[in-house]
Design a protein around this ligand. Structure first.
Ligand code: CU
Length: 124
């Protein structure tokens, strides 16, 4: 192999590695929250489920999740985050903030009161 061939082969290889890496990580990760001031804030649409349903936050910084319910189905009337001892009633058309401080890294579920709608909070 000439030097040029080696360079082309290596360049091709690194591009493939980058593509695989990109898809692997982007598929795995959810939506990273925006930090406003000292608060990590995300708005979650409640309609037939939670959108987004995977939210990535940093530990040790307060989190505010704004649940905005856009339906009247009784199923999504409440949202529960049992690991943080939080629950809230979500009136249709309103935005209800839930605040807590994630101290330990891990994955925490949130759901409706019947557990049919589910979402996940990933604390890093
Ligand atoms: Cu439900």
């Amino acid at each position: 192999m000439t030097a040029a061939q080696i360079i082309v082969t290596l360049a091709g290889l690194s591009v493939s590695v980058l593509i695989v890496w990109f898809f692997f990580f982007s598929a795995k990760k959810g939506v990273r929250v925006e930090t406003k001031g000292n608060i990590q804030e995300a708005t979650i649409r409640v309609k037939g489920g939670y959108t987004p349903d995977v939210i990535v936050v940093e530990r040790g910084k307060p989190v505010r999740l704004n649940f905005h319910r856009e339906e009247t189905a009784a199923c999504s009337e409440m949202v529960l985050i049992p690991d943080f001892n939080k629950s809230a009633k979500l009136p249709t058309g309103q935005t209800v903030p839930i605040e807590f401080l994630p101290e330990k890294p891990g994955e925490y579920e949130f759901s409706c009161q019947m557990g049919m709608f589910r979402g996940k909070l990933v604390v890093e």
